[in-house]
Design a binder for this molecule. Structure first.
Ligand code: HEC
Ligand code: HEC
Length: 298
């Protein structure tokens, strides 16, 4: 009984926390975005869109074929949305791939997989090398999940590649699709972490906790992921770059109210998040991590 009451209370809280989409856009919800996620009530993940023709629409879950390939796609989806359980041995923090790649990797402007898949192999400044798609996946394990890179022959990498390839079914290859990555956010002064702290308390603490360490469900899994601390992404992750973080936050946070923050508020928030503690850059030695300025501040 207490459990049901607690659940009902949580539902009410969530309902209060997530705003309705702007008037007139309620019906324009991308069909692919209805699929229930593992950890959140379905209404939290619907994405109101101004023009349904604007972005590529990945296939529906029901369209996964009943073949060996389809099995691999299903496994990839599970790994992507519940990395904590399905790729446990490679994860070092409390996040799932879908903590940042929202709506199971479908949401435009949250680095959707369908926009990424057809753009590899590609040269990356970060590694100063040409990376294949599976190699790109390895980096998100090492840095965003503060874990270990699965080798290229593991089922984890194969399944995630199959899932991405399936989401991109029908998308043009080698074309920079609208909605890839995050949109740039204008900046007209230096970001202020002090102001960022105030905005964080107002707009983010409700879900991510006043201490930024996230909120866990009863079973111990994160309902709301940590944005800093030992269970968050490490210093070498893309999200640790203030500009990249600002792009993600402006387009996607507070969850369900993406696009409502002022540009400079997104920068300030990310400057505030950046000054907090998080796991070190695994590429740097202890000495460097202790005594030099962490990367990503620019
Ligand atoms: C802490 C947040 C975070 C988590 C967790 C995360 N990623 Fe990423 N991922 C990013 C960021 C940031 C980028 C770079 C986006 C950009 O710069 O446009 C990225 C980029 C990517 C790209 C390339 C996108 C493109 O358009 O080229 C792929 C593919 C990817 N991630 C897959 C994964 C997979 C698979 C996982 C789980 C194993 C994962 N990510 C976990 C933040 C995250
Ligand atoms: C309504 C609850 C809610 C609010 C408010 C909210 N977030 Fe989130 N945030 C989430 C959830 C849930 C996720 C993970 C998405 C998923 O699992 O589908 C997330 C993911 C993130 C991530 C990437 C994952 C990680 O832990 O690093 C960052 C960064 C982030 N939020 C920052 C913010 C900031 C900054 C604000 C304030 C502007 C904010 N959030 C407000 C619910 C919320």
């Amino acid at each position: 009984m207490a459990r049901i009451a607690a659940f009902a209370l949580l539902c009410l809280l969530l309902q209060a926390a997530v705003a309705e989409p702007p008037a007139g856009t309620e019906d324009k919800v991308r069909p692919g975005d209805y699929d229930a996620r593992l950890s959140l009530p379905a209404r939290l993940i619907r994405v109101p869109v101004a023009d349904p023709g604007e972005y590529f629409v990945p296939p529906e879950l029901s369209e996964i074929p009943d073949t060996e390939y389809g099995e691999m796609v299903r496994l990839g989806r599970l790994i992507f949305t519940d990395t904590q359980n399905f790729a446990k041995r490679y994860v070092g923090n409390g996040l799932n791939c879908s903590s940042c790649h929202l709506n199971e990797g479908r949401k435009a402007h949250a680095a959707p997989l369908w926009a990424a898949y057809g753009m590899y192999p590609a040269y990356r400044k970060k590694t100063k090398s040409v990376q294949t798609y599976p190699e790109r996946l390895q980096d998100c394990f090492r840095y965003s999940l503060d874990g270990l890179a699965p080798t290229l022959d593991t089922p984890e990498i194969k399944a995630l590649t199959a899932y991405s390839r399936w989401l991109a079914t029908g998308a043009p290859f080698g074309v920079e699709l609208p909605g890839r990555g995050y949109p740039p956010v204008a900046r007209h002064r230096d970001p202020s972490s002090t102001h960022g702290g105030e905005v964080f308390r107002d707009r983010c603490a409700l879900c991510h906790g006043p201490d930024g360490l996230g909120r866990r469900r009863r079973d111990g899994a994160y309902q709301f992921p940590p944005v800093w601390g030992s269970d968050s992404f490490n210093r070498a992750a893309g999200m640790n770059r203030i500009g990249t973080c600002a792009g993600f936050v402006k387009a996607n946070m507070p969850l369900g109210k993406g696009g409502t923050l002022e540009d400079m508020d997104a920068w300030d928030l990310c400057a505030f998040i950046w000054i907090q503690d998080r796991p070190w850059d695994p590429r740097a030695g202890t000495w460097k991590s202790l005594f030099s300025k962490p990367p990503g501040g620019g």
